[in-house]
Design a protein around this ligand. Structure first.
Ligand code: AMP
Length: 391
């Protein structure tokens, strides 16, 4: 089955981990791999590629390029993904040549909202009401059935609120469908949530699972702003979120690290919003604040090693550094306030231009309590945004 019969032995120079995608998640995975002298090859897909500086070998070609596939298969021993929107044919062709974790089936479910939501429903995992729609007639019927506010989302390629429109339920379906640029979509009931949470779960080669403490996530302009860990929820909600995340990973027969996002209702009910078949932005705090980072955990899970402890070593808040915190596209912020706080740790992705609100990096703010971390993270954010505005 494998082009390389060699072992996934950590530190063995003949072992190379193949990573599909080369964004910041791939960069941080490659960093974790380098620490243990694991070689990596990244296949960029022709997209922006912060991971190329950290990988040992780079294939900078589109995912449908047959030459790139041959090169990837000749270089990698074992493959994983850092990005879910990889064409199914690419996933299948890689998995014919070597083991790929998570499986193409699991990735395919997570990369498409219609498949994802249907999977949740089939497995009895709590999620919001939804209907898959592919025509104006189906949208009209779904809006009638929902009979209230909803969110219409593209089935494929949606992230960070892109490809979504909020509906109050009184719109004309014909106008909504005409303005919506997708031929397949999911209409979801609007969830009046109290909080958004996420749980990172890792599942190993023998089905063993570990979960990290839930993160409480707040967004700015539909992009993750801060993750607060531990989430300020009851022990029961925290336990339930971790149990649901495990049931999703088990139902997917998953191997690797999986992010499960939740809505928490005021009455304590948890609904799964979506899954990410890879490390997740809301797991970046694990680099500084957990015994095992989500990236080392991914490496362990895909290599068939025992999983690491997920123990939270300190309360922490992860603050995303978005492009709007940069004084100008190529002018760096003044990092002084970050370094002056001795328990705040800077992570930069090496992107050359701070365009719009692109994710440029993050900081992990550690402290005695989540409240204290949040206060310091919010103060840093205000300083950076003010600095950027002044220049
Ligand atoms: P998504 O791309 O599905 O993660 O959605 C982006 C954000 O939009 C979520 O983090 C929520 O803040 C909001 N959102 C998405 N779906 C719903 C929903 N059904 N009800 C209420 N808010 C939603």
């Amino acid at each position: 089955m494998s082009c390389h019969p060699s072992t996934f032995e950590i530190g063995n120079p003949d072992f190379t981990l193949g990573i599909l995608g080369a964004g910041q998640l791939g960069r941080m995975l490659a960093l974790a791999a380098r620490r243990m002298n694991v070689r990596t090859v990244v296949w960029t897909g022709g997209l922006e590629a912060p991971a190329v500086e950290l990988a040992n070998h780079v294939i900078d070609k589109p995912f449908d390029d047959p030459e790139a596939r041959r090169e990837f298969c000749a270089t990698a021993t074992l493959a994983t993904v850092e990005f879910e929107n990889i064409p199914r044919e690419t996933l299948d062709s890689v998995s014919r040549c070597m083991q790929l974790f998570p499986s193409p089936d699991a990735i395919a479910i997570c990369q498409n909202r219609a498949r994802e939501k249907s999977f949740l429903r089939e497995h009895g995992i709590p999620c919001t009401w939804f209907a898959v729609v592919s025509s104006v007639e189906e949208l009209a019927a779904a809006m009638k059935e929902l009979n209230g506010p909803g969110v219409l989302k593209t089935a494929a390629f949606g992230y960070d609120g892109k490809g979504q429109v909020k509906l109050d339920g009184k719109e004309d379906p014909v106008a909504v469908w005409a303005a919506f640029e997708a031929d397949r979509a999911v209409l979801e009931g609007f969830v009046p949530f109290e909080k958004e949470l996420s749980v990172m779960v890792a599942r190993g080669s023998d089905g063993t699972m570990v979960t990290y403490d839930p993160a409480e996530n707040r967004h700015r302009h539909h992009i993750l702003d801060v993750s607060i860990i531990p989430a300020r929820v009851s022990d029961e909600v925290s336990r339930q979120a971790q149990e649901i995340a495990k049931s999703v990973a088990a139902a997917l027969d998953y191997r690797g690290i999986l992010g499960v996002e939740f809505f928490l209702l005021p009455n304590g009910t948890l609904l799964v919003n979506e899954m990410a078949p890879r490390p997740h932005n809301s797991g970046h705090h694990t680099i500084n604040a957990c015994a095992t980072s989500q990236f080392e955990q991914q490496l362990r899970a895909v290599c068939g090693l025992p999983l690491g402890s997920t123990r939270l070593l300190s309360p922490v808040v992860m603050l995303n550094l978005l492009g709007d915190m940069w004084p100008a596209e190529t002018i760096l912020p003044d990092w002084t306030p970050i370094f002056e706080d001795g328990e705040t740790f800077l992570h930069l992705y090496g992107k050359r231009r701070a365009i719009g609100r692109r994710k440029m990096g993050h900081v992990n703010v550690l402290g005695a309590t989540a409240e204290d971390c949040l206060k310091r993270a919010e103060a840093l954010k205000s300083l950076l945004l003010e600095q950027a505005k002044r220049s």
